[in-house]
Design a protein around this ligand. Sequence first.
Ligand SMILES: *Cc1c(COP(=O)(O)O)cnc(C)c1O
Length: 430
Amino acid sequence: MSLNHADLQFDAEHIWHPYTNLSEPTPVFGVESADGVHLNLSNGQRVVDGMASWWSAIHGYNHPRLNQAVKNQVDQMSHVMFGGLTHEPAIKLSRQLVELTAPELDCIFIADSGSVTVEVALKMALQFWHSAGNTQKKRFLSFRNGYHGDTFGAMSVCDPVTGMHSMFNGVLPKHLFVSSPDCRTDADWQDECIAEFEICIRTNHQQIAAVIIEPIVQGAGGMRVYCAEYLRQVRQLCDEYDVLLILDEIATAFGRTGTMFAYQQADICPDILCVGKAITGGYMSLAATITTKQVADTIGRFGDGNLMHGPTFMANPLACAVACESLKLLIESNWQERINKIESQLKLELAACLSIESVNDVRVKGAIGVVELKKAVNMHQIQPRLVELGVWIRPFGKLLYIMPPYIIQPAELSLLTSAMKQIATELAAN
Ligand SMILES: *Cc1c(COP(=O)(O)O)cnc(C)c1O
């Protein structure tokens, strides 16, 4: 218990947390250490983590093999510039990514965060059309309720209303948006589901460089699930109208939705794929944009052919080394069975929430469980209450949701779902 009141006071006065107000700080909990699915808080409480640190800590915390991978690499070198130099961790990781992804996805840009991979993906698409001699295609088409990151390019393709960025209107380029898909499963499919998208791409394709969407599950923009058929048809329409398809799998890649990549559920392949979050098992910031030889070669043909991006910490060896080990760990594990079991348990245990007054909807996909409430929660009240119930769950707006580490045991998962039910019940009583 080393963090004291003065430390937390300093934090409140000086340090921004994600989307917070320094003039009116929201209470934060100190955390001392973490192991397995548990966080050990400064107040002495040990809570089950339902968030996997925003989708990333898929193997749990303090994993001996991941710890060892970092230790081994630190003794070789922590970092070197990637300009003009290369190293084993980057090559090994890229080999793994080429192998894991669809055969067409062959060319890799290793970046330092998800938002940066989205910037790179957008640049790839723009450079592709520029190199192909088409100077018209400069816009992007996205879904509403999407989330693609917080940097300017990424923000411009986030939901224009709920995307937390409306105050930047006027500074951001104007892209095209259609409603999020409302078909949850292929059984709900009607051709109307895709009508708005079809009209938008047909009308505007001459200006559209790429469609950029999150496949199967929309994450931070609304925690919505949609069917594989929609995604299949998006791919067909992109082909028909000569538009690239960028899939942002920063949240969904590496098993979260039940398949290694969500796009596999639609049996398609994107032109450009963004991965991040779970790639290092939650140890360090790392992400990658992966594309086809065709896109890479087209970009390479024009002018000096350079892809115009190159961050200082590109392909950081420590992060690449831990990512290699994390992917190895994932592949060696029975992750599919684990995710299936988590999914079944979530469906079973969260179904009860549907009959609670305060609940609007319940959605489960792979290791993701969502309880959508009728009203936005008051975080000042709910966050301490959740901790009191022994869990780390961080709701936003009307959404109470979890995406736990894959190693979670049934009793620990039940603790999470019970806490969600309890909160919904208490909200209904108020
Ligand atoms: C988290 C996320 C991002 C942004 O990644 P950062 O690493 O936070 O920059 C982009 N797209 C999706 C779908 C995400 O979930």
